[in-house]
Design a protein around this ligand. Structure first.
Ligand code: SF4
Ligand code: SF4
Length: 460
């Protein structure tokens, strides 16, 4: 195979000069832009959305409560967070089995923010050629001016990313209103930490993070099998490559234009085969498709393919059998099971939590008028997003009744209330199980119950 032509905008391995990837366009680039828009609209936009008078999504660590629209999660609801993490993991495994490093190329924050920084590069310094020329004039007044403007914009973006990140944990409107002097040192630490990491990782290190630091890049190959789609150069069609002017009947389809290398954000030549640095972004596919279109050749000299597909030339790259193969099916079933179980549990979830504790000092006491009293302490939590008027009901054998307890109590949204209550019955009433029910007045289907026991005493 002939050696790859030297591309001046791609520095030699080990060089201190930064990569200057060329921007491309095409269907995979459109997907990447769409995902950037969606993920960033969620990241930057959601903390500004209000729901029932408070931030719609807020992980309020200080109050140990998580608000997700109308739902309110408490530390004891940790199981839902665990289920969400499991679902995300199975989704990642499933996507990686089907389409390789699709997460890396399209949705990983490092890719997303590196792409945003690349757009800033392009905005301030021009295209890849202008950037390479500017890099060659390092230290000149133009270099200083453009780098100064670019890094100022990067820092501004990273500062806002840091503020927004904090806004997922402290109400964002409140954070913005307190800027700059009203924020605590800890809050500034979070902004500087997250924004600073983004500036260093996405603004400076970029592809080095994917190549040398990311642990996921190291173990994801364990999820691949012979049918996993990876970005692949069709060497049977492309080789022997050569410049167009040398085109002859024996020449392959690759005209050795080098554009697939120029657009690669990690600086590799996919024509040398799949390499661990490849993040599966498919920029080289888009770039080569444009070249093939211009030459009037079929697209797909670089394409998504698998080992199985390569061994069966002419077959479809991805079939129903690929979707349903055992490994992918296992991840899909696990993903569906966790998602469905969590969805059902959430639908059946009661926004009240009710616990009852008996008075441990005295299980039962007899009063002067011949009644037996049992005391209890109820702990009632309202995890709904709105205050609730909660009514207490007692289910017990005849003779046992509530003593002097107001039957309705108002509990704030996300609030707790303690409810001391006394049950009374005539002496001689046998000990028996009881049930206490807390029910919302506005939502009668919000109803929780707990059980305890009434201890009777014999008459004197
Ligand atoms: S873009 Fe396509 S034609 Fe150009 S060098 Fe790459 S593989 Fe060859
Ligand atoms: S080789 Fe192609 S798919 Fe892989 S990182 Fe480079 S441009 Fe993206």
């Amino acid at each position: 195979m002939p050696a790859a032509r030297t591309i001046p905008i791609h520095p030699a391995p080990g060089s201190a000069t930064a990569l200057q990837p060329r921007l491309t366009r095409g269907r995979f680039n459109n997907w990447r832009v769409a995902l950037i828009v969606v993920t960033q609209a969620v990241f930057f936009g959601l903390p500004w959305l209000n729901w029932d008078g408070r931030q719609a999504v807020l992980f309020d660590v200080a109050r140990q409560q998580f608000f997700v629209f109308g739902l309110n999660f408490w530390p004891q609801d940790f199981i839902y967070l665990a289920a969400l993490l499991m679902a995300c993991a199975f989704l990642l495994f499933w996507a990686s089995t089907l389409a390789g490093r699709v997460w890396c190329g399209y949705a990983c924050p490092q890719t997303v923010y590196s792409t945003l920084m690349l757009w800033l590069d392009r905005l301030v310094e021009g295209n890849h050629i202008a950037r390479a020329r500017l890099a060659a004039r390092r230290g000149s007044s133009e270099w200083l001016a453009r780098k100064g403007v670019k890094h100022a914009l990067m820092l501004l973006l990273c500062a806002w990313i840091g503020v927004t990140f904090l806004g997922w944990f402290v109400p964002l409107r409140e954070v913005v209103a307190r800027l700059p002097a009203g924020l605590t040192a800890l809050e500034w630490g979070w902004i500087a930490g997250y924004g600073g990491f983004t500036y260093v990782l996405a603004g400076h290190l970029r592809e080095q993070v994917c190549k040398h630091m990311c642990p996921y890049a190291r173990f994801q190959a364990s999820m691949f099998d012979a049918r996993t789609l990876v970005v692949d150069y069709d060497s049977a069609r492309g080789e022997p490559r050569g410049a167009l002017r040398k085109a002859a009947s024996a020449q392959g389809a690759c005209v050795d234009c080098g554009i697939c290398v120029q657009v690669c954000p990690v600086g590799i030549d996919i024509r040398q085969g799949l390499q661990y640095e490849c993040i599966g972004c498919a920029a080289c596919i888009d770039a080569c498709d444009i070249v093939m279109d211009k030459l009037g050749q079929p697209r797909g000299l670089i394409r998504f393919s698998s080992d199985t597909h390569r061994q069966q030339p002419g077959s479809a790259a991805f079939t129903l059998r690929d979707w349903l193969r055992p490994r992918a099916s296992l991840y899909a079933v696990l993903l569906l099971t966790v998602t469905l179980a969590t969805g059902i549990a959430l639908m059946q979830r009661q926004p009240f939590k009710l616990d009852v504790a008996r008075d441990r000092q005295q299980l039962a006491r007899e009063t002067a008028d011949g009644q037996v009293e049992n005391r209890y302490l109820l702990q009632l939590g309202n995890s709904a997003g709105v205050p609730q008027d909660v009514e207490l009901q007692l289910q017990a054998p005849p003779g046992i009744r509530l003593l002097g307890t107001p039957p309705v109590r108002r509990i704030d949204a996300g609030g707790n209330a303690q409810w001391a209550l006394t049950l009374t019955a005539p002496a001689g009433q046998p000990s028996s199980p009881i049930t206490l029910i807390a029910q919302s007045r506005s939502h009668p289907d919000w109803r929780v119950r707990t059980s305890s026991r009434f201890i009777g005493l014999p008459p004197r």
